[in-house]
Design a protein around this ligand. Structure first.
Ligand code: GRF
Length: 229
């Protein structure tokens, strides 16, 4: 059982919880930022304690998520693959920017760019992602945005939902932390389904997962995540 209190210094999650040192969270976004907003609101209302949102990074300079960050006094920047001569250079610059925040936890909140392998290695079991389906259904390469919900409606499933998982080298393949189911309604469209999954699932389980991580309550054994009482 690998305890996620991985930090050798006092910034260990459990140590932080005990020592009152706040956990540093960086959030990566690409779109509207409603999941980022859910985290911001949860810190404000005390559902998430002992944390500091230290930075938001987007690949999309027009992402409203960047506006949400700035409106809440959080450092926000755009690092786009389009601005670099190669993916390798982008990956290096992205990792440098993430490292500069010295994050204890990195949250992918609708981030649509592939995370550099070296970043996944460096931040093993310290990057979490929200995906708008009940993994392992409707996930992996090509399943993002409305495509997820179009596939669910086409298959005729009666239950959908969202998943928060640790990020590993694959796409949506890391250890599952939390899931929440949502019923499909007869007149659902991809848009109505997407919205209900966000409202009823994503905006609840992502802050919950952040809170559990920062309280040092998550441990991983292989692909199994255990939530400590
Ligand atoms: C959400 O549906 C999330 O599940 C997916 O991308 C969308 C991001 O929405 N990964 P927002 O930017 O958080 O509003």
């Amino acid at each position: 059982m690998q305890d996620l209190c991985l930090r050798t210094n006092l910034r260990c999650a459990t140590g932080c919880a005990g020592m009152g040192i706040s956990m540093r969270i960086a959030v990566m976004v690409s779109g509207g930022g409603t999941n980022l907003q859910a985290i911001i609101d949860s810190v404000k209302n005390g559902m998430i304690t002992n944390t500091e949102l230290v930075g938001v990074i987007s690949n999309n300079k027009n992402a409203y998520a960047l506006t949400r960050a700035k409106e809440n006094g959080i450092d926000a920047k755009c690092i786009s693959p389009k601005d670099y001569e190669s993916r390798e250079v982008f990956n290096q610059e992205l990792l440098k920017a993430v490292d500069a925040y010295e994050p204890d936890l990195i949250v992918l909140a609708g981030y649509l760019v592939v995370i550099p392998p070296e970043m996944i290695k460096k931040y093993k079991n310290r990057i979490i992602n929200i995906h708008p389906s009940l993994i392992p259904s409707f996930c992996g390469t090509g399943y993002y945005g409305l495509k997820v919900h179009e596939a669910a409606l086409e298959r005729g499933v009666k239950v959908v939902g969202a998943t928060v998982h640790f990020v590993d080298e694959g796409t949506d393949t890391g250890p599952i932390i939390l899931q929440k189911a949502v019923e499909v309604l007869p007149d659902d469209t991809p848009e109505t389904l997407q919205r209900r999954i966000m409202e009823q699932a994503e905006w609840k389980i992502l802050p919950q997962a952040v809170s559990l991580f920062c309280a040092g309550k998550l441990s991983v054994n292989g692909s199994i995540v255990t939530i400590k009482e």
